[in-house]
Write a protein that binds this ligand. Structure first.
Ligand SMILES: Cc1ncc(COP(=O)(O)O)c(C=O)c1O
Length: 370
């Protein structure tokens, strides 16, 4: 009987750092800094340094960071934001939360916004471009930034899946005006609960974001504008501070896994993820493609190989966005991807035996169903 291979094994990640995490949690409990506090402040400094950015503001989620980013840019009712239909829904939530309209543009072979299609979607109402570094693979930022510059449109990077990914050697999250990261537990850098961050090089944006996340105030019980309770919890800052020290090593582990999959799966009919020549992926997900995805998924399920579909339905076809009026066929590349993608187990602690087991089951599927 072959052992099951989990899709994700957070316990394996925690085991070697458990004492450090426990100590950080105990420190927070002892100093009672539950909302923001010194551990969050230290993490903000450390994560800003990690990104090579001037400012980082800890938030309670990546969704909140995206929301604040669009508020900072003055996006509001009647405005349009160009974005991808092929992402986790929270990217579009931010646009909806400020009362603006998501305008979708199809993706390219990297699963990211296709820069060649962006310009024709710009209207006088367009206020920003919101690309996503999906699966940890950077967007073609120079192409997008050139369009932004030409039309005077700021870029917000959704870097929620892309901690430490590099575009032409530069860390993503510092290339646009503002970026958002998620520390949802399954992310490359995950909290022990919800968490996120807004990253920017603009001091004025950072100052206003700091106020907006804390009830629109810089002085207690004095509220300059309507704000939010989007503060990062002290416990999350403490846990993230510990985990950030290990991130480089975990990233190396993910690169090892991706490279090993590339060797082990090379002879199969699967379409494997490729890195564009400008990209150093964070390998948040290892997402393969095949026309018979659903059968393959069932086979992996039956044989104890964890897997997931990111994402089965593009956002333009979601019920919540029916009022936007999009139809099936509007974004053929995204729609086809949603039928073909399958994410295989991807985490730093995967052993060679586990990777070989995944590959053996995948090969078994194609032998059984040639
Ligand atoms: C691409 C993308 N955008 C936004 C989010 C939202 O982040 P959070 O779950 O921290 O709100 C996520 C993660 O869940 C994501 O993957």
């Amino acid at each position: 009987m072959n052992a099951a291979v989990p899709y994700l094994d957070l316990a394996a990640q925690l085991r070697p750092i458990r004492a450090e995490v426990d100590a950080a949690i105990a420190r927070t409990l002892d100093n009672n800094s539950f909302c923001l506090g010194p551990d969050v402040a230290q993490f903000e400094k450390d994560f800003a340094r990690f990104c090579g950015a001037q400012h980082c503001l800890g938030m309670n989620s990546g969704t909140s960071a995206l929301h604040i980013a669009l508020l900072l840019l003055g996006v509001g009712p009647g405005d349009e934001v160009i974005t991808t239909p092929y992402t986790f829904v929270a990217t579009s939530w931010a646009i909806s939360y400020v009362g603006a309209k998501p305008v979708y543009v199809d993706i390219d072979a990297t699963f990211n916004l296709d820069p060649a299609l962006v310009e024709r979607a710009i209207t006088p109402r367009t206020k920003a471009i919101l690309p996503v570094h999906l699966y940890g693979h950077p967007c073609d930022m120079d192409a997008l930034l050139a369009i932004g510059k030409k039309h005077n449109l700021p870029l917000v990077e959704d870097a929620c899946q892309a901690h430490g990914a590099k575009y032409k050697g530069r860390t993503v999250g510092t290339l646009g005006s503002i970026s958002a990261f998620s520390f949802y537990p399954a992310k490359n850098l995950g909290a022990a609960g919800e968490g996120g961050a807004l990253v920017t090089n603009d001091a004025a944006f950072a100052a206003r974001a700091k106020s907006l996340r804390e009830h629109g105030s810089t002085k207690r019980y004095h509220h300059d504008e309507v704000g939010f309770n989007y503060r990062m919890e002290g416990l999350q800052g403490a846990v993230l501070g510990v985990k950030l020290k290990h991130l480089a090593q975990w990233q190396a582990g993910r690169r090892r896994v991706a490279a090993r999959y590339a060797e082990l799966l090379a002879g199969t009919p699967l379409q494997l993820p490729q890195q564009a020549d400008y990209a150093e992926s964070a390998w948040h997900l290892y997402t393969v493609r095949h026309a018979r995805r659903d059968e393959l998924k069932k086979f992996l399920d039956e044989n104890g190989v964890g897997n997931a579909v990111h994402y089965p339905m593009p956002l333009h076809l979601q019920k919540c966005y029916a009022s936007l009026g999009y139809q099936p066929g509007d974004f053929p590349v995204a729609e086809r991807a949603s039928r073909e993608v399958l994410s295989l187990p991807m985490f730093a602690e995967l052993t060679d035996a586990q990777l070989e087991r995944v590959a053996a089951v995948v090969s078994g599927f194609f032998h059984k169903h040639p």
